[in-house]
Structure formats: C-alpha cells, structure tokens
Design a protein around this ligand. Structure first.
Ligand SMILES: O=C(O)CCC(=O)C(=O)O
Ligand SMILES: [Fe+2]
Length: 659
C-alpha cells in the first residue's frame, strides 16, 4: 500500500482519513445510518469537518458507502482508532478480489463491484469476514439469503428453534428498517438482541458433511447453510452477513462490543440494474389533433367491444397478436391487423424509434374518474425482452404512478396528457410497477393505447441450450422426442460463449448444458464455471419468471477431464447453493459407473470408443432427466400449472385487464 499520505496510505478515504475525534455514537445519527436509503444519482454529502479531501478517493468503494450518509462517516469517525487496521485489511482484500493493485484502491468503484458476478461478490464478502477473523473473530456469516425466502420463512413470535431462520428473519427486519427513514436506532438494536441470541446458539460446532468426490462432481451439496465456510465458529466481536436479493447485494458487518451491544455497522450496498429508469421518455403532443380524433371515432365505433372489469371499471380491447397475461385468458384481438388509425400511430412510433417491433396493441379505456388500473408490471414472458412498451394517451389527463419493487417508497409520477407518449422498457418491468389511480375529479374519458412486441407464449415451453450431447434431443412429435406435451426448442452452443441469454426469452423452462468443451481447452475450469455463472445470471435477469436449470458437466471416460469437471461443478454448485437458489440443477449421478468415478460404458457412444459423447441410451436418459425436471412439482403442484397461474391468483390478470 502506498504510504505517501501517512502511515495508513493515501486512500483511506472518507472512512479513515478524518482526524480522529473520539465521541460517543449519537443515536440519532445511528438511526439515520440504519435507515439509509438506496439512492442513485444523489450527490455525495459534503465531507464532515476535518476531512482531508482526497479527490481521487471520492469514487472509491468505501467512500461510495459512506456517501450513503454523512452520519455514517460520523459514526465511523467515532470509532476510527479501532477501525483503522480493519479497514486497511478490507481495502487490501477488495483490491485482491478485484485484481487491482493495492495502491490503486481509489480506482475501485461501485461499478467494479457491480460487475462482479454473485459468486465473486460472495467470495468478496466471505473474505472480508475472514480478514476480520484474523483480527478479531467472526461470529457468523450467513450467505446467499434471498429476501423472498426470508419473508416466507418468517413466522412472528415463534420461539427461536432454528437460529439461522431467526437470523434471516431479523435481517429482514433490519432491512425493513433501513428503508424507512424514520426508523430509530433502538428498534434496530432490539432486533439485534434477537440476532445476538441466535448467534450465541450458532457458536457451536456445525456438523458438516463433506461429499465424496464423485458426488461433488454430480450433485449439488444440498445443505445451504451448513457449509463450514459460511458458518465459521466464532466467539467474539464481529458479525457479518451477506444478503443477496435479485437486485440488491449487501454486506453488513456489525461490530459488537463486549456486552454484545452494537457499536456500528458497515453496510455495503450494491444495486444491480440501478440504471433502469421507470420510463425511457415522455413526449407531449406526440399525436396531432386530427389523428387523435380519428382514434376517438374508432373507439366509439368499437365501444360495445370493450370488455369491462367490474372491480376497477377499466375496459379493454385488443388488436394484432394475441397477448396473454400470466394466468388470464387473453383478451381476444378484434382483428389480427391494426385498424387504419392505429396503424398511423404505429408508423409514427416507428418513424422515431426505428428498431422497434410492434405486433400488439391493447387499448385501455378509463370511462370516468373512478376507473383505475391496479399496480402491476408488464413482465409477462411473452413480451419480448429488450423491447419497449409504448403508451399513447388520448382524452383526459391521468397520472401514471410508478413504484420501485425493491424500494417501494421510491415513487414517481408521470402525468400523461392527452395525445402524449410515454415509453417503458421491458426490462424496467422487473424493477418497477405501475398503476393508474382513480382521479380526484371527473375530467372525462381517457384511452391509452399500449403497444408491445409479443411472442406466442406457452406456459410450459422449454428451451435446451447445449453442446453436442444435446444434439439429438428433439422437441415436437415423432420418434426420439420429448413428445407433444413438451413444446420447445433446442439450440446448440458448443462453448459457454456461444450461449445467447436472449434466446431464452419467452420460455418457461430453460436448460443450459454446456462447459465440457470449455474445460477441455482451458487450464482453468474455475474460470469457465464463472463464465457460465455470468450467463446464468443474465438469463435469470432476462427471464425472471422462467425456471432456469443448469447441467453439471457430465462425467466422461477420461479421468483427467473428470478432475477438471469436479472443479467446474464445485464452483457452479457453490454458486447455486449460496447465491442463486432460483437456478435448478440436474442430478447426473446415475451416469456414473459402479466405482462412481467415470461415465458408465452403457451410456457411451460406440460402447466406450468415444469417451465423451453419449450414445442413444445416454441421450434417452438425459432427455428423461430433463422431462422429469420440467414435470417436477413445485409446492405440490405441477410447475406448468404454477407458471400458468391456474392456482395462483394474479393481481394483474384478475383485477387489471380481464373482465
Ligand atoms: O393507461 C396507462 O397508461 C397504463 C396502461 C397499462 O399499464 C397497461 O396496459 O399495462
Ligand atoms: Fe401496464
């Protein structure tokens, strides 16, 4: 570390470059700290007094976090003496993980961290902890806890039977407190009491079953929180957590004093997709008055065709491609072609947005001020990813309210005037919800024409993207196929780089079977696995409602290749188990021979002549594993029924558009 600015180096930044002022942590300050909101584009707060302002450090990771709140700086300031060495360690570690020279610490930006895949972030979090471990012992780490799991698992006022679950529950509360501006530090502290009690229980040796080599190779090491790596035995004063939600990755480090009272916490918050805005553009007077009148005439002609939702009074007609919302019967298009007036709007949009494809138009009618549209996202898998949704308003002005799903207090309003256009990206639908509230006054009828690019969506459609071992898998009817009940598509990707995540769009089941060619050609199977993980993350982001599955690398008849496969699969499963429980994996242990080390000969092509490729029995077996996965129940129901929402009421379909 470069020492030119003093003993602790030049980039101690906001955390450690202040003059040290010993003072008690201020509860109010701490409460603000704990209620830090995730915000973007906010200018960093002014540095506290005595801050040795170091220009180059303003983008550093540590500074980034301190920018979340000046109070954060102050709290840390109060404890700076004790923190110095830890912070230096953390910095060094960050540099290590991000492959940045330690004298380049200032170049570590939130973007660096954001661009790490989840596994790297997790490793980063874990190593932060192990560093802390070397200075003071770490109590516990909980990794890969997804907020949705946490919410499901939370049961109020049950005694702590499972300390891990209790911690997850507490974390949820901590998180909830964080996003509420007015939460007090006391409440955090109360929650931490529960947490502390749980952690004490955790300070017992965890029984960890280490899987034998072939099993590691083929089966995910299932217990997600029993891994010694994530539950180091601990006795003293740091507690650290990493939390991964689909969008926010957070590391928390709580420092506890001797009496297990919190001294401070350090929150590392990294938000993916932070650049996704609620709308891409708004344009008033997008259509001229004569076109607007032409449209009104059309809607009046079709007035009997508008279906009416009895709950919200809002009505719809549709043109073009059939558009199914999850679980709803589609609003049957009045015609496959667009009427002349609507064609003119489409042409107008396309003249300004050349690359856009539009094949569906849903016209919403709000007959009076009481009619409204409940909060929803247009995130149906049938809407092509990467496309935009164009909304043209005709008639009365109405507000469109947007709310960020992960931070619901983040609300925006777009006032949609008659003849205006607003554009939402398909990807924003994963992050934002929107709604039309009833209006205060009756200013007349409003129509909104919403234009989309949709593809035929089948509730159980399956895509297999894979290498040559998937070549003979066939969808559709006929011999050697998955059968008529499992429609889908097979796409060849011989190497991981050839996987195109966009191709998964619109499929409910995604199977990725790739990697053996990569490890054959690479000396670093771990890096190959990370490349695949990058692709999987992208697929999950693009297809949030799809069920994504990945194959471990199949065993081969080649011992040396299997060794690499073990490394690859371990990294892959580590990721699935700790970072991304959404991804399923296939169990290939049945492919092993009786010594559980090589691919069994009966699955090989040309009876052992070909050490890598599956023969017909192997392909048949692979197909049945995939089919079984597609048909495997979720919560006791068939997955295809869950995704087509036959059993689960869907807000949008039931109260938004269907009649
Ligand atoms: O009327 C609007 O502006 C919103 C319509 C809408 O959200 C939809 O059709 O999905
Ligand atoms: Fe919508």
């Amino acid at each position: 570390m470069n020492d030119k600015n003093g003993p602790k180096g030049p980039h101690n930044g906001a955390l450690v470059s202040h003059d040290i002022v010993e003072k008690e942590p201020d509860k109010d300050l701490t409460s603000n700290l704990c209620s830090t909101k995730i915000s973007h584009g906010k200018p960093p707060p002014a540095p506290p007094p005595n801050h040795q302002n170091d220009e180059t450090d303003t983008n550093s990771f540590i500074s980034f976090n301190s920018h979340l709140s000046t109070q954060f700086d102050n709290i840390l300031l109060a404890h700076a003496t004790n923190l110095r060495s830890e912070i230096d360690n953390i910095k060094m570690n960050l540099c290590n993980h991000l492959k940045v020279e330690d004298n380049e610490f200032a170049k570590i930006t939130p973007l660096n961290i954001k661009n790490c895949n989840l596994l790297n972030k997790l490793t980063l979090g874990t190593s932060l902890l192990s560093l802390l471990d070397s200075s003071e012992k770490v109590c516990a780490t909980i990794s890969g806890c997804r907020m949705s799991d946490t919410m499901q698992q939370r049961k109020q006022s049950t005694p702590i039977k499972d300390p891990l679950k209790a911690i997850q529950a507490s974390l949820r509360d901590v998180k909830a407190s964080m996003v509420k501006d007015n939460q007090r530090f006391d409440s955090i502290n109360n929650q931490l009491d529960e947490l502390k009690a749980s952690i004490k229980q955790l300070c017992k040796p965890a029984v960890v079953a280490h899987a034998s080599t072939p099993d590691i190779m083929l089966q995910p090491p299932i217990p997600r929180f029993n891994d010694a790596q994530h539950l180091p035995l601990a006795t003293s004063s740091f507690v650290a957590f990493t939390i991964f939600t689909p969008l926010i990755h957070q590391f928390f480090i709580f420092k506890l004093d001797d009496k297990w009272s919190t001294v401070f916490w350090l929150g590392f918050i990294i938000q993916d997709e932070s650049n996704v805005e609620h709308i891409l553009a708004y344009e008033s007077n997008f259509v001229d008055q004569s076109l607007s009148e032409e449209l009104l005439t059309l809607f009046q002609e079709k007035s009997d065709d508008f279906t009416r939702n009895s709950e919200n009074g809002h009505r719809v007609i549709s043109f073009g491609h059939e558009y199914e919302y999850n679980g709803a019967r589609a609003v049957k298009p009045l015609s496959a072609d667009f009427p002349e007036a609507i064609k003119k709007v489409v042409d107008l949009i396309k003249s300004q947005h050349q690359d856009s494809v539009i094949n569906q138009c849903l016209v919403n009618m709000y007959p009076d001020n009481t009619s409204h549209l409940p909060e929803h996202s247009d995130n149906e898998p049938s809407i092509v990813h990467g496309s935009n949704i164009f909304t043209v308003s005709i008639g009365a002005t109405r507000d469109v309210n947007f709310r960020r799903s992960v931070t619901p207090e983040d609300e925006r309003v777009v006032t949609a005037e008659g003849n205006s256009l607003y554009i939402m990206s398909r990807s924003s639908q994963n992050t934002w919800k929107h709604r039309i509230n009833p209006a205060a006054e009756n200013s007349g009828v409003r129509y909104s024409l919403t234009f989309r690019y949709v593809t035929k969506h089948n509730g159980n459609a399956t895509i297999v993207i894979g290498d040559s071992n998937t070549r003979f898998l066939k969808f559709g009817s006929g011999k050697g196929t998955f059968g008529d009940k499992l429609p889908g598509k097979r796409v060849l990707a011989f190497t991981i780089d050839q996987i195109k995540p966009e191709e998964c769009s619109g499929y409910q089941n995604v199977f990725i079977h790739c990697g053996v060619n990569d490890i054959r050609n690479s000396g670093n199977p771990d890096a190959c696995a990370n490349r695949l993980i990058g692709k999987l993350e992208k697929i999950c982001r693009l297809c949030p409602t799809s069920r994504v599955n990945v194959s471990p690398i199949l065993p081969t008849r080649l011992q040396h290749l299997n060794q690499k496969a073990i490394v690859f699969n371990k990294t892959l499963f580590n990721y699935i188990n700790t970072c991304n429980s959404k991804i399923g994996s296939l169990d290939f242990s049945g492919f092993l021979d009786e010594n559980r080390s090589l691919l069994d000969k009966r699955f090989c092509r040309y009876q052992n002549e070909d050490p890598i490729h599956l023969g017909s029995t192997g392909i048949f077996t692979l197909a049945s594993i995939i089919r079984a996965k597609v048909n495997s129940p979720v919560d006791g129901r068939l997955y295809c029924d869950v995704v087509t929402q036959k059993f689960v009421p869907n807000l949008r379909s039931q109260s938004a558009h269907s009649s």
